[in-house]
Design a protein around this ligand. Structure first.
Ligand code: HMG
Ligand code: MG
Length: 298
């Protein structure tokens, strides 16, 4: 078994997690969450989104969150930017890294960002150019890589085509998103095998939602394919506003437990991470989605 010896965890809870919450969450609580995650040793934290507030109201305060977080050295605090308008707002907020998001499914692309896949890719080219020219690196996402809520099955080659374009336009990494969490371990291995022929595996990441309870198995499948970057959400927060019924990402605590058990280095402190998750769950008044956190509490 040739697993990576180190894994980079990309914490997406403050963005992918909170974006789906209907209740008002105060800026101070969002800031505290980001600061807690940094203190727990996470080195990549997705803080928010510069998207239309009509589409995702919860992310409207992202500039205020960026203004108030304590920026630790060596930590990348990033934000989603769907277009140049979003990038401009992100740059104004002093964001050091942004992410563009495309889909492998036409229907999801329309529902999520109101344009076709090819229009979105065209839109991202000047965004990546401008960001890179100002020293801001850009991550790329592909959604619906293992299934679409509107179209069902998605061909891995379709994912590979979109991933290759994001890579070619200058994204430093492309994260493959199982938006609705229907993927299984065999399909995940096959996906990384197919996409890995078009984009080097060291520039690929896995982003698994846990709707069908398969996310941890899919992380492991990714590890077996040599993938060493995984997105996760503290306390398993979240869902997707444009994928009804989809639950949050795999809980960061649970991925960390898996990786710790395999002796894979992440630099993340489990106890501090669990405490961060418990705190935000108390604020939201919701049950902690991390099995590890629940077991520890018991
Ligand atoms: P549109 O309506 O086609 O945009 O939306 P438009 O350019 O026609 O502009 C319409 C209005 O939006 C205008 O305002 C613009 O100024 C404004 P008005 O004149 O009507 O007052 N606008 C903006 N405002 C703030 N920030 C902006 C911005 N752009 C335009 N950046 C748009 C197109 C892309 C803007 C919209 O569809 C949108 O914001 N979508 C974001 C959806 C989203 O955030 N989804 C969740 C994140 S993706 C995800 O969760 C998947 C992922 O986790 C991976 C996985 O799990 O698969 C990443
Ligand atoms: Mg997601």
């Amino acid at each position: 078994m040739n697993l990576p010896t180190q894994v980079r965890l990309v914490e997406v809870g403050p963005r992918d997690g909170l974006q789906n919450e209907k209740q008002q969450i105060g800026i101070a609580d969002k800031v505290r969450l980001v600061d807690d995650l940094g203190a727990a040793g996470l080195r990549c934290i997705e803080v928010g989104s510069f998207v239309s507030p009509k589409w995702v109201p919860q992310m409207a305060g992202s500039a205020e969150v960026f203004a108030a977080i304590q920026r630790l050295p060596g930590v990348s605090y990033s934000a989603l930017t769907p277009n140049l308008k979003g990038l401009e707002a992100a740059l104004q907020a002093g964001v050091g890294e942004v992410a563009v998001f495309a889909a492998a499914s036409e229907s999801f692309s329309q529902r999520n960002i109101n344009c076709s896949i090819s229009e979105s890719l065209q839109r991202f080219v000047p965004l990546v150019e401008t960001a890179t020219a100002t020293g801001v690196r850009v991550r790329g996402y592909v959604s619906c890589v293992l299934g679409c809520p509107y179209e069902g099955e998605i061909a891995p080659q379709q994912v590979a085509t979109v991933a290759r374009e994001l890579d070619a336009m200058g994204c430093y990494e492309v994260s493959l998103g199982d938006t609705i969490g229907t993927g299984t371990a065999g399909a995940t291995r096959h996906l990384f095998d197919v996409v890995g022929r078009q984009v080097p595996r060291e520039r690929l990441a896995g982003h698994f939602h846990d709707t069908y309870g398969q996310a941890l198995a899919n992380v492991y499948a990714g590890l077996l394919e040599g993938i060493a970057v995984f997105d996760a959400s503290v306390a398993g927060l979240g869902g997707c506003p444009y994928a009804k019924g989809a639950t949050g990402n795999v809980a960061t605590e649970d991925v960390l437990y898996l990786l710790d058990g395999l002796g894979i280095v992440t630099g993340v402190d489990a106890e501090r991470l669990i405490a961060a998750g418990e705190r935000i769950c108390a604020v939201l008044g919701r049950e902690n989605g991390s099995r590890v956190a629940r077991a520890r509490r018991a």
